[in-house]
Design a protein. Structure first.
Length: 45
């Protein structure tokens, strides 16, 4: 999984394995961009 934090869109109909959507977007999950990205997610509620 190339994203630190993802979610599953429950509004889409599933025909197999659900697609993991990066949160909040792909840009925020870019490796090496510590100033503008999510490095680690811990205890998400």
């Amino acid at each position: 999984i190339p994203a630190t934090l993802t979610y599953i869109n429950m509004d889409r109909s599933l025909t197999g394995s659900p697609e993991l959507v990066p949160y909040p977007d792909w840009r925020s999950n870019t490796a090496g961009d510590c100033a503008n990205s999510i490095t680690t997610a811990y205890r998400i509620k």
